[in-house]
Design a protein around this ligand. Structure first.
Ligand code: NZQ
Ligand code: ZN
Length: 392
């Protein structure tokens, strides 16, 4: 195991009715003027925004609102949010929604305390400070409620880029699994895929002797394999929703990845798909991640056998471990298909002829990525080609 630091200071309030405590938590963490940030309408339609406003009013907390965050959140609304925060003297951001809303709130929080262009933070500049953020989560997926990360798309050139900082970790996150019951099955499945991908990005490591984090990773993956079909079959299964919601947090607040090298190439490769086609991040990952696995599994066949046998219950073929490794990848792709995810470019709405554009936008040039297996631009193109033509 490698040396590590781990900082996860978020206060979690989990369970039924917890959104009604939003005002109490804003006060607890020092907010006196709030920006309520939300998405395209689901939180308004469900009455959630009204409940959140009531809880702020009960605490005597003034607020302003900014809705309209789109999936794959855009820079335009971030600029608007920064202006609003500065003009109104906002000192606390309350994100009510999923990863897109939370990430947009994080960008506004950092940009509000910065004189330059907030995009600098998504082009390499480190975020030192940000306004405090609170979250009311409505979808188990991105894990932004527990992570220090934010991903924003710049409209000019549709560049999707991420940043990370301790300053971006939420002060509190309210997680009521009931709020996720209104999700369409497709969006639930996208979230489940993203959660599994966050674990796999950490699971495929070159660090040895990491039994504790291997086992934590496998626990999250096995939970997702068991619980996802249950919520697809019955969207109102509270207990399955609850397990998935907590799994989404555990998958991405960092705890399953400490002390080990990580990969993250599938995420980078996927982000070009959701930037170009505006598809859901989870759907893009369903197409990319098994294809990445097919491309790299020979690098450490036994690690893929470990996934196959422990997570998907495959039988170990000691004569030819590659058979088991490939069977594990097949099981993962079949699982994704069975929960309603696309598995190739056509099903996603992507085009094979766009591969050079995707590779170019990733911007590796003659360089290489880091990760489990270092990839060149040509390697990335090969992964896109596998993804374009994948089948069960
Ligand atoms: O906008 P509304 O109307 O709310 O609809 C949303 C949106 O269309 C809908 N939705 C959310 N909660 C709902 C609901 N519909 C009905 N009932 C509910 N309870 O779901 C759609 C997707 O929402 P979004 O926030 O985009 O989903 P997700 O949480 O998957 O976030 C995706 C974004 O997060 C980024 C992705 O790249 C993508 O931009 N990521 C952020 C990460 C982070 N900050 O740590 C890590 C991830 O790897 C990921 O890259
Ligand atoms: Zn993700």
């Amino acid at each position: 195991m490698e040396n590590f630091t781990f900082y996860s200071p978020t206060y979690f309030a989990f369970g039924k009715g917890t959104e009604n405590e939003a005002g109490k938590y804003v006060k607890k963490f020092g907010g006196t003027k709030v920006l309520i940030h939300y998405g395209g309408g689901s939180a308004v339609r469900s009455g959630l925004i009204d409940r959140v406003k009531t809880s702020l009013e009960q605490e005597g907390l003034p607020y302003v609102e900014l809705g309209g965050v789109m999936p794959n959140p855009r820079s335009g609304l971030v600029y608007k949010g920064i202006e609003l925060c500065k003009a109104e003297g906002v000192d606390f951001l309350l994100a009510v929604g999923g990863g897109s809303v939370i990430d947009s709130a994080k960008a506004i929080a950092a940009g509000s305390l910065y004189d330059g262009d907030f995009w600098d933070f998504y082009s390499g500049k480190h975020i030192e400070k940000a306004l405090p953020i609170g979250v009311v989560l409505t979808i188990a997926a991105a894990g932004s409620e527990g992570s220090g990360d934010s991903v924003i798309t710049k409209e000019e050139g549709m560049l999707k880029r991420g940043t990370g900082s301790e300053a971006l970790r939420a002060k509190f996150s309210i997680m009521n699994p009931e709020l996720t019951e209104s999700l369409p099955a497709y969006q639930t499945a996208c979230g489940a895929t993203d959660i599994m991908a966050h674990v796999f990005e950490r699971y495929f490591t070159n660090t040895t002797e990491v039994e504790i984090t291997d086992r934590l990773c496998e626990a999250v993956l096995m939970t997702m394999v068991k619980e996802t079909p249950r919520v697809i079959a019955d969207p109102h299964n509270y207990e399955a929703r609850a397990n998935i919601m907590w799994a989404g947090m555990v998958a991405h607040n960092g705890i399953v990845g400490v002390g080990r090298s990580q990969d993250w190439n599938s995420h980078a490769i996927e982000h070009e798909l959701s930037a170009l086609y505006d598809c859901a991040h989870g759907a893009g990952l369903a197409v990319i991640m098994p294809s990445w696995m097919e491309f790299v599994y020979k690098h450490n066949v036994m690690r893929f056998c470990q996934m196959a046998t422990r997570v998907f219950g495959c039988k170990m073929n000691f004569e030819d471990p590659e058979v088991t490794a490939k069977e594990g990848i097949r099981c993962f792709r079949r699982f994704l298909h069975d929960i309603g995810m696309p598995i190739n470019f056509e099903e996603l709405g992507a085009k094979e002829e766009d591969i050079p554009v995707l590779v170019d936008k990733l911007g590796l040039g003659d360089g290489k990525t880091g990760g489990f297996v270092e990839l060149t631009s040509e390697d990335v193109a090969s992964i896109y080609r596998i993804a374009a033509n994948a089948s069960l």
